[in-house]
Design a protein around this ligand. Sequence first.
Ligand SMILES: [Fe+2]
Ligand SMILES: [Fe+2]
Ligand SMILES: [Fe+2]
Length: 426
Amino acid sequence: MPTFYINPVNLIQTLTMALDLAVDGVSLHQRRTAIICSHLAEKINMPVSDEHVLLSAALMHDIGAASSTEERKKLADPNMGWDRNDIFQHAENGYQLLVNSGTFLDVADAIRYHHDHWQGGNPSGLSGDAIPLASRLIHLADRIEIHTKKVGPILHNCKRVQELIREGSGKLFDPDLVDVFMDCSLKESFWLDMIVPDLAGSLNDKMKMGTTPLTLFDLLHVAEIFATNIDRMSRFTATHSRSVSGVAVFLAKWNGFSQSEIYMMRIAGLLHDLGKLSIPNAILEKPGPLTHEEQLIVRQHTYYTFMILDQIEQFKTIAQWAAWHHETLDGKGYPFKLNDTALTLGARIMAVADIFVALAENRPYRKKLPKESIKRIMTSMVEENKISDRIVQSLFDNFNEAQLVVHTMESMSFLSHEPKVSLASV
Ligand SMILES: [Fe+2]
Ligand SMILES: [Fe+2]
Ligand SMILES: [Fe+2]
């Protein structure tokens, strides 16, 4: 079993970039929140290990809202009024996503309370010092980031943001931490650090963190968390990533991949639609054919999958296997227009797995297709030089086994696991 030497916070900050994707680009809200947290942590002399937990949590604090483009938009809007219950839901969802992982236990706690008000009245029943320090810091940093306008010179906004935060002192925010912020924010560099072109590099420099050995199992676990978010975007694709991953694993096995390559294929399958987090739910759920404009938006998703995964040095192969699933052998796919000379066996497997699973699943505009129709469609795609003859043949040779993967995944609906915040103590 190969071991990957990875800087874990770097891995998280790269993958969580998917949460900051929007149709019109990347917002970097979580990275900026983490940068602000790093300033505050430095000022209060936070121990390094606590700071790593803080920054990891800051980088994925809104992970519980990842599956809803509407909610993410709302979270990024400083003027959006919140129903008292709503704002806590994504914090609880984020906690539930991470709590069962050994790796992210502390991070899960920090995320759970990141909107808790200092003065109390929270669903958690916590107030003041009882709210974890990391949650108090993220709450404050999150509001600073949201209130800092991203248009116009950033230094024009300092005063306004300082006043807004000061108003919340002792009510929304820990008053001692507000004082820390006031102190830090006297430096122009505090604000300018938020708009450096290489936020990732700057965060890494501040952390001075080396690599940690992670096994494929560890990475698989992280990929599972993201797959859950991706699949929750639409009830029609509630288990799509897991099904594609499962079928791709079988295809890899039937085509002679080694054990560690099979694990890599499983991760690639779970993350193949990572960039889908940029597509509005309304498009994914549309009960009819997409307009040309909507199709163009959908085409963004594999570009983002590649752009994110390829940033991780040890994920170069996984990035190709995951993100080239809409490329075709005749060079007319998207987004890179690669052809049969460039498309590797792993990428060809993912394309076949994705098409097969899509045809075997229900869609808003059609029911799942029977075996004969799936075979007819895939055979004609081979004839048109879209997908690999060899891979499709191995699928047809084991058709029932592949279909069982999709049916088994479908029978486990992850949507029914939506956690709800208990408001009993509000
Ligand atoms: Fe949040
Ligand atoms: Fe946030
Ligand atoms: Fe896709």
